[in-house]
Design a protein around this ligand. Structure first.
Ligand SMILES: Cc1cc2nc3c(=O)[nH]c(=O)nc-3n(C[C@H](O)[C@H](O)[C@H](O)COP(=O)(O)O)c2cc1C
Length: 365
């Protein structure tokens, strides 16, 4: 029996809930076509912008692996290691909008049943930047993109009015959403940075201003390791490094916490879960905390022989989800989505050996 994995999310029908996240796996027409051939339900394109992009001179991404053998975590190849995380300082797409548009149109014509979500990013320093958001939005929707994902989470921007730097500012979030939702009539997803203590407020502002979904997490701002002998960072250019983004398995638990925070605050709103998904078990965990759609990046990039789009991974994800649904008698992920929400409680609600603890408020005698 073939299990139907069709999932409705933000008003769109996905043949399965698994989507390649905005990153190298979705940076070109060739890769996206390969991903759809392999079975991915959708893609969020590598972020498209209008400002000039020039990547660093060295590698843009490294893969860090852990083992019992020293060094415990390192990008350097050692026997018997397992994947720990990716670390990157790659900027948004260096392919100009004009080149993206015919590519997106061809992708959509070739795979009309797959969801193409265009990730876009502009600044927030005034009306000219709002017009840039509108221009990007109209152009991508004009060639058939099913939805947009607004990148308010890129951790690699010096500009204070762009990427993760604006995700603390609810007024900016509202202004950008007003500009975009006024320009196009498709679901607008908002990708937020996990690196803020005001994430739930930011998500609330975005939902209120018309966001159909919050996507998170983007990568966590982080630094690569330095070798104690050589005093070199594991990735550097001319001896220098800057804050980059960590993704992959190492961010799974932190991503779940943030999805849970938003989902408990806004249980009726949509969340696309991202961060450390390597297989069904991790995807399952995002779903029980409330995510109705799952995005994958590092695990697809790491898969050998697939051109970095996770050909085997999407087969495993759909197979294992199908097996689970059938074994549990579920008809879709909606049957177990959000079941963990009520089991995440305050510290003082967790049973202790005595009844005395009240969350740290009372001064003990
Ligand atoms: C090399 C690289 C480039 C990325 N570029 C983008 C980007 O252009 N836009 C974006 O929204 N996220 C970008 N991301 C973040 C991913 O979409 C994703 O949110 C993050 O890697 C966490 O997912 P993962 O743990 O499955 O890797 C990038 C990630 C990597 C590793």
């Amino acid at each position: 029996m073939t299990i139907d994995l069709t999932t409705r999310f933000t008003g769109l029908e996905f043949v399965n809930p698994f989507v390649l996240a905005s990153a190298p796996p979705t940076e070109s027409k060739r890769k996206i076509l390969r991903a759809f051939e392999a079975g991915w339900g959708g893609v969020v394109t590598k972020t498209i912008g209008l400002h000039p992009v020039e990547n660093v001179a060295g590698p843009k991404t490294i893969y860090q692996r852990a083992s019992d053998v020293k060094p415990y975590v390192s990008r350097y190849k050692r026997p018997d290691t397992v994947s720990h995380s990716s670390w990157n300082w790659e900027l948004i797409s260096d392919q100009p909008l004009e080149q993206w548009l015919p590519d997106l149109e061809e992708i959509k014509t070739t795979y009309p049943d797959r969801m193409v979500i265009a990730s876009i990013m502009a600044g927030a320093g005034g009306e000219a930047e709002m017009e840039n958001w509108r221009k990007l939005a109209r152009a991508c929707v004009g060639v058939g993109c099913d939805a947009l994902e607004l990148n308010m989470s890129c951790p690699h921007m010096d500009r204070k009015d762009m990427g993760a730097n604006i995700a603390n500012d609810e007024d900016i979030i509202r202004s950008v959403l007003k500009a975009v939702t006024g320009a196009v009539d498709v679901p607008v997803w908002v990708k937020l940075t996990p690196a803020t203590s005001t994430l739930v407020d930011a998500a609330g502002a975005a939902y209120e201003a018309g966001a159909s979904c919050i996507s998170l997490c983007n990568t966590f701002p982080s630094l690569p390791l330095m070798d104690p002998e050589t005093l070199k960072f594991e990735v550097e250019v001319d001896g220098y490094v800057t804050s980059g983004g960590q993704g992959g398995l190492a961010i799974l638990h932190q991503a779940l916490q943030r999805v849970s925070d938003i989902s408990r605050a806004y249980p009726d709103r949509a969340i696309s879960g991202i961060g450390g998904i390597k297989g069904f078990r991790e995807a399952f965990n995002f779903i029980v905390h409330g995510a109705g759609n799952l995005q994958v990046c590092t695990a697809a990039m790491e898969e050998k022989g697939s051109g970095g789009v996770g050909v085997q991974l999407i087969q495993e994800l759909t197979r294992d989800l199908g097996v689970y649904l059938e074994a549990k008698g579920h008809s879709s992920i909606e049957d177990f989505r959000g079941i963990a929400r009520e089991r995440i409680v305050e510290h003082s609600k967790i049973r202790r050996k005595s009844e005395d603890y009240n969350g740290g408020y009372a001064i003990s005698a």
